[in-house]
Design a protein around this ligand. Structure first.
Ligand code: ADP
Ligand code: MG
Length: 404
């Protein structure tokens, strides 16, 4: 079965339409540093506004602990959305409480309201289905239909993504449809060599995808925080770098599996090691086999791939016909540790074929480093979601919209 589209919802004029977006943008001191996900949500919102719907936007932002936390308020995002839409946007100061109900009740046809961060309610991400349903039921009272367009969260069985879609007439928005069109090209007969580049900091989330990707790809490049678990699995010391020590055996298995399958698993041969996690921390380049042999000893932290690795990765990428990249190679937010990410981004722009960047921080990185969206085949709003899609997994947030 195919994904239910907006048209399947019939006329939406005068109806209250909840739109589950992924407006999880990077913020620094309350200021949005990359509004890509807000922009990506505009086509669906504009279509609904034109259709005369009363548009109720909801999203999560960051990882608050299930209660209101001003640091994770969606209010700055609502303001940015208002600027981009060129019209006023109302803001509900709670997620499904009195303020949200008032904001929705005041909407006229073609108006837009944003509700407060879904994750201020523990029901959104609860492991308990009854708790999720209870929260979803409160959200469902605010709308007559649901348009699910938060591609970045479709791999999560969460109240607004899954249970809410079961309770209301629901369909996929234009962003999800566009994302799937590109990702389909990566899963159905990708042109080869097909290379996947992994990095970032959500190491435990991302290690698991590797076993499913190995049968599909020709090359796998590992940088970012997860490289240190691979280096440690080869017996090297990694100082104070990010390390998932309970995953060492698993990672050894991946290394062996890659060898058996003839997949080129390319691991870093050098890294930038710093005295601490700070933009101005003293730092040196060290061989991957000797990360603790610097002046910082065992307290050195690896914060980027080194120049040799960057050159090797860039060659392997440029020489591929299909490339998917998720996760920065280093702490690119600090200029001293951005070189690896810059080199990989640049190589992706030179691919003769399809290049796809996925993930909130990866997308933010390429823009922050001065690349244009058009330099890449596609910039996906979803990191984890794209990876799980490429693994061939059934994603709950798509399944509930009719996708099989
Ligand atoms: P995405 O959002 O693209 O899926 P992640 O959220 O997994 O990516 O990771 C992004 C973060 O990873 C960035 O904030 C970056 O600073 C961090 N990162 C990259 N390399 C390292 C490293 N070696 N040590 C610590 N953090 C790292
Ligand atoms: Mg991220």
């Amino acid at each position: 079965m195919a994904l239910r589209t907006l048209e399947s919802l019939g006329s939406l004029a005068g109806k209250r339409v909840i739109v589950r977006c992924d407006l999880n943008v990077p913020l620094r001191d309350g200021v949005i540093t990359d509004d890509g996900r807000v922009r990506a949500s505009l086509p669906t919102l504009n279509a609904l506004i034109r259709a005369g719907a009363r548009v109720v936007v909801c999203s999560h932002l960051g990882r608050p602990d299930g209660s209101p936390d001003p640091a994770y308020s969606l209010e700055p995002v609502a303001q940015r959305l208002s600027e981009l839409l060129g019209m006023p946007v109302a803001f509900g100061r709670d997620t499904a409480g009195e303020s949200a109900r008032d904001a929705v009740a005041a909407l006229e046809d073609g108006d837009v309201a944003v509700l407060e961060n879904l994750r201020f309610d523990p029901g959104e991400t609860s492991k308990d289905v009854v708790e999720r349903q209870t929260f979803a039921r409160r959200l469902a009272e605010l709308g007559d239909a649901l348009v699910s367009d938060g591609f970045g969260v479709v791999h999560r069985k969460q109240a607004s993504v899954y249970e809410l879609a079961e309770m209301l007439p629901s369909a996929a928005g234009l962003l999800i449809a566009a994302e799937l069109e590109v990702l389909d090209r990566l899963t159905e007969n990708p042109q080869r060599p097909y290379t996947v580049v992994l990095g970032g900091s959500k190491v435990s989330d991302k290690l698991g995808v590797i076993s499913h990707l190995l049968p599909r790809v020709d090359r796998l490049l590992v940088g970012g925080g997860m490289m240190f678990t691979f280096l440690a699995a080869q017996g090297y010391k990694v100082g104070a770098s990010l390390l998932e020590s309970d995953q060492l055996e698993t990672v050894k298995g991946y290394i062996a599996d890659a060898r058996e399958r003839g997949v080129e698993l390319i691991l870093p041969t050098d890294a930038v090691v710093a005295a601490g996690f700070a933009a101005d921390a003293p730092h040196v380049v060290a061989d991957a086999v000797a990360l603790e042999d610097t002046e910082f000893g065992a307290s050195g932290i690896g914060l980027d791939i080194g120049p040799d690795t960057a050159a090797t990765f860039a060659n392997a990428i440029r020489d591929s016909r299909t490339v998917f990249w998720n996760g920065p190679m280093g702490v690119f937010e600090m200029p001293a540790f951005a070189a690896g990410t810059t080199a990989v981004a640049k190589a992706l722009t030179q691919v003769d074929g399809l290049s796809v960047v996925g993930g909130g921080d990866s997308a933010a990185a390429v823009r922050q480093l001065g690349f244009a969206d058009e330099d890449f085949g596609h910039i996906s709003t979803g990191g984890g979601a794209s990876l799980e899609f490429l693994e061939g997994k059934q994603l709950p947030g798509l399944e509930v919209l009719g996708w099989q």
